[in-house]
Design a protein around this ligand. Structure first.
Ligand SMILES: CC/C=C\C/C=C\C/C=C\C=C\CC(=O)SCCNC(=O)CCNC(=O)[C@H](O)C(C)(C)COP(=O)(O)OP(=O)(O)OC[C@H]1O[C@@H](n2cnc3c(N)ncnc32)[C@H](O)[C@@H]1OP(=O)(O)O
Length: 281
């Protein structure tokens, strides 16, 4: 394994990091030698749109962290204002038949790996986090968010329906009434609102502070037996994980049927146009 000191890329207070993966282009993994915590950074400009390749790299990085006996995983973004814009709409608009199957299957794999991860997980949400971005953050056990950003499962606003496992992820954090209402509304929460409803656990004023708070959360497990901790986590999450495992093929077919509806394609086209117009103004 390649061991590179990345002192210039990390805050001064951090002692040393092992750069575990450099082969992947869209994610990086750095393990802090002192704490043993791995930081997984998404790096797909301009908005960390979750396309097939980013999802593949995410899964590879999660597996790398699991296999490397890291004490925990912190998910974050290299973009200073966007954690992740969610699924790359270009994967779903006028899709290629084979690629869209691979894309959705890969998204399932990433969720199974992250939601079911055996190590403690936290998200340092250093920017906007709509839809699939929110799903990733919500799949972690703890969330620290920077002010003046937004987060939420906004699928209904785009005319699409969040599948059951997106809902289960919300329900693992939010009270049922809040989860149902905000999913139906496609509500995006400001950082402060997200804290109030419990969608995020803490607010930090900088990315460094968010990473430190995530590391503090992970450190709360330092004296807990790791096997007891991970089996307990698994028991909490196994029904949700098992449900998708059992229904993977049906879930894929439902997604393909839904996304290929002319009305859904039309809606996605209009939404993409509105995003493009906005970015030109
Ligand atoms: C019964 C049920 C059965 C099955 C289930 C069926 C269906 C479920 C299917 C799908 C589930 C989908 C979940 C998703 O994740 S959908 C994606 C939702 N994402 C969004 O709505 C976010 C949209 N983007 C934004 O709000 C903003 O871009 C921003 C806040 C993230 C960032 O704002 P900025 O002002 O900083 O940047 P922009 O100028 O807006 O964007 C720059 C650039 O990026 C393009 N872009 C933005 N987001 C996306 C995206 N998600 N996909 C693709 N492209 C995106 C944007 O168009 C700009 O492009 P140009 O520079 O103009 O080329």
């Amino acid at each position: 394994m390649m061991r590179t000191k990345l002192l210039s890329l990390v805050p001064r207070a951090t002692v040393a990091c092992r750069h575990m993966s450099s082969a992947t282009k869209l994610t990086t993994v750095e393990v802090n030698d002192k704490t043993g915590i791995a930081t997984l950074t998404m790096n797909r400009p301009p908005v960390n749109g979750l396309n097939l390749e980013l999802l593949r790299d995410l899964q590879q990085s999660i597996e790398e962290i699991e296999g490397n006996k890291s004490c925990g995983l912190i998910l974050t973004s290299s973009n200073p204002t966007i954690f992740s814009a969610g699924l790359d709409i270009l994967e779903m608009y006028k899709p290629d038949k084979e690629r869209i199957r691979a894309f959705w299957t890969q998204l399932q794999d990433v969720w199974l790996a992250l939601y079911g991860s055996s190590v403690p997980t936290a998200a340092a949400i250093n920017g906007h986090s709509p839809a699939g971005g929110c799903l990733l953050a919500a799949s972690c056990e703890y969330r620290v968010m920077l002010p003046k950003f937004t987060i939420g499962l906004n699928e209904t606003q785009l005319g699409i329906v969040a599948p059951q496992w997106f809902m289960s992820t919300y329900l693992s954090i939010l009270p049922r009434r809040e989860a149902e209402r905000s999913l139906n509304q496609g509500r995006m929460f400001t950082t402060e609102e997200a804290l109030r409803v419990g969608l995020v656990d803490e607010i930090a004023s900088s990315k460094e502070e968010a990473l430190a708070k995530c590391a503090d959360f992970i450190a709360t497990f330092a004296k807990v037996n790791p096997l007891a901790r991970s089996l307990t986590k698994q028991q909490f999450r196994s029904a949700d994980l098992q449900q998708l495992e059992n229904e993977r093929v049906q879930d894929l077919e439902k997604f393909l049927f839904f996304i290929n509806q002319p009305a859904v394609q039309k809606g996605l086209g209009i939404y993409l146009e509105s995003l493009k117009k906005k970015s030109k103004n």
